[in-house]
Ligand binder design. Structure first.
Ligand SMILES: NC(=O)c1ccc[n+]([C@@H]2O[C@H](COP(=O)([O-])OP(=O)(O)OC[C@H]3O[C@@H](n4cnc5c(N)ncnc54)[C@H](O)[C@@H]3O)[C@@H](O)[C@H]2O)c1
Length: 272
C-alpha cells in the first residue's frame, strides 16, 4: 500500500486542459489515486472522451467546458464545483502550449513574427495560468487550504530557438508560481501551496509537428533535444503524474514556490 503521506484520496482536483495529452494522463492517474476530478477543457469533443475514460471504473469525475482566458466561464465552473463537492483542494493549470503561428520556422526571424500570434501564445500560457488561479485560488484562500500546480517549460530556463512568445510566457509562469506561493503562505497560511513542474520534452498535440516528421522520423530539432538529454529519450506522458501528485500531497507540506524539472536531465546538462 502506498505511504499515506502521498495520498490525494477524496481531494477535489480541477484540471484545466484535461482533454489534452498531459492533462489526460494526470487526470487518469488522479482517478486511480482516488481523487475527485473536474476535467476542464475548451474543446467539448476532447472532454466527452476523457470523462468516459475517467468514470469507466467507477471514478468520480465531471467534465466542464470552460475557457481559461474567460473569468466568467471560470466563475461559472467554480460555482458548479462548489455546489457539487463543496470545496476545491487542487488546481492543475495544464491548459497551454505552443500556438502554430507563434512558432517561427527555421527561415523566419523575430521580425517576421506576427504580433497577433505573440499575443495569442503569451495570453494562453501566462493569463491561462493566472486567471484560473485568481478564480479557484480565491476559494482555496477562503478554505485556508489548497494546492496549485502550474506548468512551466525548459524554454523558460534557457533560450530556445523559434519559440519567443511561448518561452517568455512560461518564464512568467515560473515567476508567478513564486509570487503566488509567497502571497498565499504569508496571507492565508501554510496550507495553501503553489508549485510548478517544468516538463522536458514529451510528445503532445501542440508540439508534435516540431518534433516528429509526418513519416514518423525525428526532426532535426528533436535530434538536438535528445542529444542534450542525458537519458537520451523523450518523456513518457505518464512520467509527470508522480511528480504532480507528490507536490499536491502532504508529503510536500513544506514545499512551496518550487519549479521542479521533470526532464531526463535536460536542464542540468551542459551539453558537453
Ligand atoms: N508536451 C510537452 O513536451 C510539454 C513540455 C513542456 C510544457 N508543456 C505544457 O504542458 C501543458 C499541456 O501540454 P500537452 O502537450 O498536453 O498539450 P495538448 O495540446 O495535448 O493539451 C492542451 C489542452 O488544453 C486545451 N486548451 C487550449 N486552450 C484552452 C483554453 N483557452 N481553455 C481551456 N482549455 C484549453 C486544449 O483543448 C487541449 O486539450 C501545456 O501547458 C504545455 O505548454 C508540454
Amino acid at each position: 500500500m502506498m505511504n499515506e503521506q502521498f495520498s490525494i484520496k477524496g481531494k477535489v482536483a480541477v484540471i484545466t486542459g484535461a482533454g489534452g495529452v498531459l492533462g489526460g494522463s494526470i487526470a487518469k492517474s488522479f482517478i486511480k489515486a482516488g481523487a475527485r476530478v473536474v476535467a476542464m477543457d475548451i474543446r467539448q469533443e476532447n472532454l466527452d472522451v476523457r470523462v468516459k475514460e475517467l468514470t469507466a471504473d467507477g471514478g468520480e469525475a465531471i467534465g466542464i467546458v470552460g475557457n481559461v482566458l474567460d473569468i466568467a466561464s471560470l466563475e461559472n465552473a467554480a460555482n458548479q464545483i462548489v455546489e457539487k463537492w463543496g470545496r476545491i483542494d487542487i488546481l492543475l493549470n495544464i491548459a497551454g502550449g505552443n500556438v502554430p503561428g507563434a512558432t517561427l520556422s527555421d527561415d523566419q526571424s523575430f521580425f517576421d513574427m506576427k504580433i497577433a500570434d505573440w499575443e495569442k501564445v503569451t495570453n494562453l500560457n501566462m493569463n491561462g495560468t493566472v486567471y484560473p488561479s485568481y478564480v479557484f485560488g480565491r476559494i482555496m484562500a477562503e478554505q485556508k487550504s489548497g494546492s496549485i500546480i502550474n506548468i512551466s517549460s525548459m524554454a523558460a530556463l534557457q533560450s530556445m530557438t523559434r519559440v519567443p512568445g511561448y518561452s517568455a510566457a512560461k518564464a512568467a509562469v515560473a515567476n508567478f508560481t513564486q509570487w503566488l506561493a509567497m502571497e498565499m503562505a504569508m496571507k492565508y497560511g501554510d496550507k495553501v501551496r503553489v508549485n510548478a513542474v517544468a516538463p522536458g520534452f514529451f510528445i503532445g498535440d501542440q508540439n508534435r509537428a516540431v518534433l516528429i516528421n509526418p513519416d514518423g522520423s525525428l526532426t532535426d530539432r528533436s535530434q538536438k533535444v535528445l542529444a542534450n538529454t542525458p537519458m537520451r529519450r523523450f518523456g513518457d506522458i505518464n512520467e509527470l503524474n508522480g511528480a504532480v501528485q507528490f507536490l499536491c500531497s502532504d508529503a510536500a507540506s513544506f514545499i512551496t514556490g518550487v519549479v521542479l524539472p521533470v526532464d531526463g536531465g535536460f536542464s542540468m546538462f551542459s551539453g558537453v
